[in-house]
Design a protein around this ligand. Sequence first.
Ligand code: NDP
Length: 282
Amino acid sequence: MSNLIDGKQIAKEIRAELKKEVDALREKTGKVPGLAVVLVGEDPASATYVRMKGKACEEAGFLSRTHRLSEDTSQRELLDLVKQLNEDDEIHGILVQLPLPDGLDEQEVLYTIDPEKDVDGFHPFNVGRLMTGDPSFVPCTPRGVIELLDRSGVEIKGKRAVVIGRSNIVGKPVALLLLQRHATVTICHSRTQDLPGVVREADIVVAAVGRPEMIKGDWIREGAVVIDVGVNRVGEKKLVGDVAFDEAKEAASLITPVPGGVGPMTIAMLLQNTLESFKNHE
Ligand code: NDP
């Protein structure tokens, strides 16, 4: 039997479930959840992500609006757009695609988004609520990691989880979510000593480092579950994760591939957060 966690398939199922729910809500209320995505500049990777988000929104029956602003947009213009979206009753989720071009203050922009529409979960209000364990918008990739574990039948409670990476976007929120679910959590980073030894203790390994195939097969304890968040481009076309997949899959009881693991979950969770925002508002 395969020990692969098929994130592409799981995300597809979630999007189908969301579509069903949105269709029923449209029938009942005449309204649908709306997501506004703001893209500033011409970064090709950001443009691709934004296109994918818009397409997923439309397929699931959401209202999707993309605001494309030129590279030379001023901070004031961007803030004005965010404030306008904060007031827009058709919009329940606002996402400003990062990174912003040089010269724009990312933090001020993210802090201007109404926390009630902050479906990326990056506003300090939502970060604080995640810390205290109150209901909040949880950043999409970390939420996707937990959803993959849940839908694969992995028990989190009481398990030893090791998260490699401590960014605000992935590592820290994943660790908090695992803690909320009663795992015993260790967070590793670039100054961690004996990283292989720490990872070897884990029942659940979450890798969010951004270094191609850094986590070797012999770091993985027999039967551990491995979730690889890393996306690293190697050469022209090839994408690999942070885990040496071919080696690690021999020891792991379950493992996510790259691509096709965590990646597709991020957009599914964005839609989920937007639907939840819609329900809160209506
Ligand atoms: P960051 O660069 O912000 O953080 C990387 C973390 O890894 C840091 O905490 C850093 O430690 C740690 N680290 C770096 N080198 C080592 C090392 N040699 N040993 C141990 N720890 C190390 O990255 P992100 O969290 O934003 O992203 C991580 C990965 O996840 C990337 O590959 C990114 O592309 C991917 N990603 C995928 C998403 C998706 O699938 N949808 C979404 C977001 C990210 P320190 O803090 O000490 O510097």
